[in-house]
Design a protein around this ligand. Structure first.
Ligand code: BG6
Length: 518
């Protein structure tokens, strides 16, 4: 099999999923329909799942196995990215798809679940291995964990064919609403599950391009020597979405952009960009370095918040002839909402490598386009040799070297540098050297959920978050949330389809910087 074959993956046999069951709580929810089941189907399509692999979905709605299968079939057809839907793969996959309705607070649900798991061990040879996936509203996490514990489902007894069956728990974000509630959740988790069995998912860590930051930094010799305060002027991390809250107004009204994106996804990206090299590529070593970095983020004093953090909310607008509602007009949102649909923060990392280098992080809904990238801006050359020979030199001549790590939608890396413009004289112009994932590898990248599901099913927690990281991230955003909570903002302060509030530009201007337009 050549590298252009979509099934070519030299490690796929080492990372073979052993027979097991996956139990999804919240099986009728958005995440399950949009991400989990399409990712599992795709894994089945690529023959990454063992025969007998079984899924038990749970939610309150009464439904037969067949009705659930049909619902999921529609979701896969709707949300499957790129690949075609294959009826025969689906038929095999759906034969392992089951549904149990029931209230998460009812102990009876867990005994029925135990019976179903035991039945699947017999009928589909799942070997007593099971992964429990929490994809419900966060308020249900603790009751589910308690229910699993009361029914003894966190352990499985060795069998003749499987001497060490495993039970694991995947917890979806948000891990709490703030530091205190994240600790409460952690206590609830640890009352039942051992830390080794807990997988806190942050799907940004599963994105190919985020993993590639590690390859880029630690697999090459030439970039790392430049990766510090002496050469890097500042870093910009952008996660812009063009969509609004899309029917999630109720959840989002409580969360806001700082909690929804920055506290987890973007701080994990920041940690990946800024962490020290781990000695080994192995779960504990990698996670220790990420955690150490997150703990080095400077905690803002309340008085510093207004100059280091910007809160925004989109208003209604006409974009391309289409009139878009403002956040306050979305369903489930208060007409006086103070929720942030945009947040930008200037972070500093108090360690030897990064002292004094601003890391600007921003995220928002209904921005000009969907793009996630990281731009590392290097210091300018110390002396402008060409200044006099280029009298007409414009600001472009001053453009600093920029390294852009593109996470989505166009995955790749580009390096911007100055080059001589053809012709007489020394006129310089920025040009760029580009690497594009698609054209270099000519194969599809797995989605983050495909990667992370295989990892959890094979017991690899390298790309999963850990409680100390979760707490360090909450600590980093805590003062901002506190100050925002006690301030009334004049919202809306940016129009749908724009790049966010003007105050965000002002924040960068304080240090002589500007947001780049990605
Ligand atoms: C989720 C957030 O975690 O990430 C959403 O809750 C956001 O609000 C989503 O839209 C973005 O993920 P992606 O993979 O589409 O960039």
């Amino acid at each position: 099999m050549g590298p252009n074959n979509p099934f070519h993956d030299p490690l796929r046999f080492e990372r073979q999923v052993k027979p097991c069951s996956l139990v999804i709580f919240g099986a009728n929810g958005d995440l399950t329909k949009r991400k989990l089941i399409p990712a599992l189907y795709r894994l089945a399509f690529e023959r990454r799942l063992p025969s007998g692999f079984s899924i038990i979905g749970n939610s309150r709605t009464e439904m037969s196995d067949d009705a659930y299968r049909e619902k999921m079939r529609q979701s896969v057809i709707q949300f499957l990215e790129e690949s075609p839907f294959d009826e025969s793969v689906w038929r095999d996959f759906a034969a392992g798809l089951f549904y149990i309705s029931g209230d998460l607070r009812d102990p009876n649900l867990y005994s029925r679940l135990a019976a179903k798991l035991a039945e699947l061990d017999q009928t589909r040879l799942t070997g007593s291995n099971a992964l429990f996936y929490l994809s419900t509203q966060p308020s249900h996490y603790a009751p589910v964990i308690e229910g699993l514990g009361a029914a003894g489902l966190q352990h499985a007894a060795p069998t003749a064919t499987n001497p060490s069956p495993w039970r694991r728990l995947v917890v979806e974000k948000p891990f709490g609403h703030d530091l205190a509630s994240s600790r409460e959740l952690d206590t609830a988790v640890h009352r039942v599950f051992h830390e080794d069995a807990v997988y806190r998912i942050d799907h940004y860590l599963g994105k190919e391009t985020v993993q590639n930051i590690l390859a880029f930094r630690f697999g090459n010799g030439i970039f790392e020597p430049l990766w510090d305060r002496r050469y890097v002027n500042h870093v910009q991390i952008t996660a812009a979405e063009s969509i609004g809250v899309e029917g999630r107004g109720g959840y989002y009204e409580e969360a806001g952009a700082l909690r929804d994106m920055i506290q987890n996804h973007l701080l994990q990206i920041l940690a990946t960009v800024a962490m020290e090299p781990p000695a080994l590529f192995e779960a504990t070593a990698v996670r220790d370095e990420r955690a150490k970095l997150l703990r080095s983020i400077r905690i803002l004093k309340p008085g510093e918040v207004p100059t280091h953090a910007v809160k925004g909310q989109y208003g209604p607008a006409d974009v391309g002839g289409q009139s878009l509602p403002g956040f306050r007009q979305e369903q489930g949102v208060s007409p006086n909402s103070q929720t942030d649909t945009y947040a930008a923060v200037t972070f500093f990392i108090d360690n030897w490598r990064w002292a004094g280098v601003p890391f600007y992080v921003r995220s928002g809904k209904r921005l000009a386009k969907r793009v996630t990238d990281i731009a590392i801006s290097f210091n300018p050359a110390p002396h402008r040799v060409f200044a006099d020979s280029a009298p007409g030199a414009g600001p472009a001549d001053l453009a600093p070297n920029l390294l852009i790590l593109r996470v989505q939608p166009e995955e790749g890396i580009s390096l911007r540098f100055l080059s001589k413009q053809p012709g007489s004289g020394m006129q310089l112009r920025p040009v760029s050297m580009d690497f594009k994932y698609g054209s270099s590898f000519g194969m599809r990248s797995p989605t983050a959920y495909e990667t992370l599901l295989v990892d959890a099913l094979t017991g690899d927690a390298t790309l999963y978050s850990r409680q100390d990281m979760v707490e360090a991230s909450w600590q980093a955003v805590h003062p901002i949330l506190e100050v925002w909570n006690n301030t009334t903002f004049d919202f809306p302060n940016y129009a749908s389809g724009s790049w966010g509030p003007a105050s965000s530009d002002d924040m960068l201007a304080l240090r002589g910087h500007t947001w780049r337009v990605p």
